[in-house]
Design a protein around this ligand. Structure first.
Ligand SMILES: [Cu+2]
Length: 158
């Protein structure tokens, strides 16, 4: 019986690795609202959610709180254009600033505005709130191409 258990454990481990391989570069792809710590271009950031907008049609909503973006990370296709609806749900003024694309919108509390952004050809692009990036108000646009960079994806025989 012990031998069978061992095989089961190995098979389970194999499944875990296979699942991790499919999940791309991020360690946790949970869609829950709970806060997790993530690293965006070298900055340690508290993540308030990840949203896959690959198949999104129409506007994508990002809410700005004191002091974080929710969702914090958007996943899209390389070069995908997305229209964002930015809603300030906080008590302070915030900005959505994506310097690389000359996007710099300031939103007053209770207000909302729109911005067009483009996902990078690969990897991730950081956006910030100019006022609170020092407090970790940072988010990212991640292109799905990043996942395909792992050339040694384990192919299951089963
Ligand atoms: Cu802010």
């Amino acid at each position: 019986m012990k031998r069978i258990q061992g095989v089961v454990v190995i098979a389970a481990l194999f499944l875990v690795f296979a699942a991790a391989g499919c999940g791309g570069s991020s360690k946790s792809s949970s869609e829950s609202e709970e806060t997790t710590s993530t690293t965006i271009m070298g900055s340690q950031v508290e993540s308030h959610g990840t949203k896959d907008v690959t198949t999104a049609s129409g506007k994508v909503e990002i809410e700005l709180y004191d002091n974080y973006f929710e969702p914090t990370i958007l996943k899209g296709k390389p070069g995908q254009m997305v229209e964002l609806e930015l809603k300030n749900e906080g008590k302070a003024a915030h900005t959505f600033t994506l310097a690389e694309q000359r996007v710099d919108e300031e939103i007053q509390p209770g207000d909302e505005t729109e911005a067009k952004i483009k996902f990078p050809a690969s990897g991730e692009l950081k956006f910030v709130c100019k006022f609170h990036q020092g407090q970790g108000m940072i988010g990212a646009l991640q292109s799905s191409a990043a996942a395909s960079s792992s050339g040694s994806t384990t192919t299951s025989k089963y």
